[in-house]
Design a protein around this ligand. Structure first.
Ligand SMILES: [Zn+2]
Length: 148
C-alpha cells in the first residue's frame, strides 16, 4: 500500500475570518488554540459567536495539546477538487482532541497509507505551512500507534 503523495498537491489556502483568525494565528506559531467558553469550560471548533453548550458569549482562545483520537474518517478515492488528485487515495479524518472533548478538527492523516485511518486510533497534530500566512494543522499517527 503506497502513501498518498502530498508533495504534488497545491492546497487551497484557507481564508481566516473574524472568528477563525485566532486559530490561524496560533497555527502559524505551531500552536493549537481552540475557542473555550469561559463560563462552562466547553471547547468548541469551529469557532462560533456563542457557546454551543450554554449560550455564553464569553469565549476565549486557549492553547490545547495536539493529541487526540480519530472520531470519523473518509477514504477519498476521487478528487472532487482536482488540486488533490496527486494524493488520491488519501484519508480525510475528524479528530477529537483529548484535551478538548467535543471540539472536532478536520484534517488529513499524513505519513501512512490511507487505510491506517480507523476510528479510535491515536493521532497527534503536525503543522504544515502552506505559505507565509497560513499553516495548516494536520495529523499523523501517534508514535504508539505506528506498527513496523
Ligand atoms: Zn459555555
Amino acid at each position: 500500500m503506497s502513501m498518498s503523495d502530498w508533495d504534488d498537491v497545491i492546497r487551497p489556502i484557507p481564508v481566516p475570518d473574524e472568528w477563525t483568525k485566532p486559530f490561524w494565528d496560533a497555527a502559524k506559531r505551531e500552536s493549537l488554540e481552540l475557542q473555550r467558553c469561559q463560563s462552562c469550560g466547553h471547547f468548541q471548533h469551529p469557532p462560533y459567536a456563542t457557546c454551543v453548550n450554554c449560550m455564553s458569549i464569553d469565549l476565549k482562545f486557549e492553547p490545547v495539546e495536539g493529541g487526540g483520537k480519530i472520531y470519523a474518517y473518509t477514504y477519498m478515492y476521487h478528487a472532487g477538487d482536482k488540486r488533490f488528485a496527486a494524493a488520491v487515495p488519501y484519508a480525510s479524518i475528524i479528530v477529537e482532541l483529548d484535551a478538548a472533548p467535543g471540539a472536532l478538527l478536520a484534517g488529513n492523516l499524513l505519513g501512512v497509507p490511507h487505510t491506517e485511518a480507523k476510528v479510535g486510533r491515536k493521532v497527534e497534530v503536525v503543522f504544515e505551512p502552506l505559505n507565509d500566512e497560513i499553516t495548516l494543522p494536520q495529523f499523523r499517527l501517534a508514535p504508539s500507534q505506528v506498527q513496523e
